[in-house]
Write a protein that binds this ligand. Structure first.
Ligand SMILES: Cc1ncc(COP(=O)(O)O)c(C=O)c1O
Length: 370
């Protein structure tokens, strides 16, 4: 196993080695996806505890065996309502939702058209499906259209994009992509992992734009503060996924605590429909402060605010300096982001008051000129 040692040494030398750390909670945390601070919300906690008391700690098996709980189906009804789709199907995680949906809908004779910056779960789902894969330039509808016209092989054509991009915080032109998918006869899948709970009164970007793709995938682990994933779709598509989606069929149903917590989160989101827009407003305030200080925040237009540094070691150094000032913003390096675009990824959450955001921007400004 010599390659293990050499690979780790190489990663270290390139400034790309990752290590696991336990964060004490004393730092101001900008590296969480718990955007609405839902993981500690009393209603979500109460619902999780109640679910465990009623259903136990595990679901005991695949949903198709004996692991299908009334709690799962209640959560699916609520997720369908939130996303404005007919039904929903829960998966063990957002990663499993993407791989499960892609491998079920796309096969050997089909072509997947995927945004260049799509998440690893989409990349892996596309590879596992054995389809042909065409990657279009990030958010470039013209390039997507050119590729669709060029690749006229038989088989299904599937377009997949994130709505809010996880590392850039920019937003895909979902309406244009939707229209193109209809005129070219393609299946459209939109991954709303970072938009659920935040945009469209919680329903996501598609909901906000009044666009109904064939499948919306999402996660319970970010703004909903729980764990698990889902796909919202038509009844027929759900029936198909229940039969053909391997990460659904061959994996245990979601634990009751996670389903209960997600149900609690949806209750909170429905009772405070403006939380998401308040969050996006705070992020805009933060982004503008950083921009004024001369930082490159790319095309971010959401609660995710990257500060693009370029060099991996420089990004790590900046992150360490911030940590010494009580601020946690982990450096994101290749291969998570393209070569030469290492960055600090700030997630603004509802736990960050404007004053805190202002202080963080001031600390960044001091560091920039050192
Ligand atoms: C765009 C996107 N899709 C899917 C996922 C996977 O979600 P989960 O963490 O629930 O597996 C993530 C999270 O990392 C993501 O950023």
């Amino acid at each position: 196993m010599n390659f293990v040692k050499t690979t780790l040494t190489e990663l270290e030398e390139l400034g790309l080695k990752r290590t696991l750390r336990i964060h004490s909670g004393e730092l101001t945390n900008y590296s969480t996806n718990d955007y609405l601070c839902m993981s500690t919300n009393p209603i979500a906690v109460k619902k999780a505890v109640e679910a465990v008391k009623l259903f136990g700690t595990g679901s005991g098996g695949s949903r198709l065996m004996s692991g299908n709980l009334s709690l799962h189906e209640e959560l699916e009804r609520r997720l369908a309502q939130l996303t404005g789709m007919e039904t929903a199907l829960i998966y063990g995680s957002g990663f499993l939702a993407n791989t499960g949906v892609l491998t079920a809908l796309a096969g050997r004779n089909d072509t997947i058209f995927s945004d260049r910056l799509n998440h690893a779960s989409i990349v892996d789902g596309a590879i596992t499906s054995r389809s042909r894969v065409q990657r279009y330039r990030h958010c470039d509808v013209q390039h997507l259209s050119d590729l669709l016209k060029k690749h006229t092989e038989t088989g299904r054509k599937i377009i997949i994009t994130e709505s809010v991009f996880s590392m850039d915080g920019d937003i895909a032109p979902v309406r244009e992509i939707f229209e193109l998918s209809r005129s070219e006869g393609c299946i459209l899948i939109v991954d709303e992992a970072h938009a659920t709970g935040v945009f469209g009164h919680g329903g996501g970007i598609c909901r906000e734009e009044g666009v109904v793709p064939d499948v919306v995938t999402g996660t319970l682990s970010k703004a909903l503060g729980s764990y698990g994933g889902f796909a919202s779709c038509s009844r027929k598509t759900r029936e198909f996924l229940v039969n053909k989606s391997r990460s659904f069929v061959y994996s245990t149903g979601l634990p009751p605590a996670s389903a209960g917590a997600a149900l609690g989160a949806l209750q909170v989101i429905n009772s405070r429909k403006e939380s998401g827009s308040e969050l996006v407003d705070r992020a805009m305030f933060f982004r503008e402060s950083l921009k004024q200080a001369g930082f490159n925040t790319g095309n971010s237009n959401s609660q995710i605010v990257p500060v693009i540094v370029g060099d991996s070691s420089a990004a790590v150094a900046l992150s360490h300096s911030l940590e010494n000032r009580g601020i946690l913003a982990v450096a994101i390096r290749p291969p998570t982001v393209p070569e030469g675009s290492a960055r600090l990824r700030f997630s603004v959450t509802l736990c960050h008051q404007r004053k805190t955001l202002q202080n963080t921007a001031s600390e960044m400004k001091k560091l920039k000129w050192k």
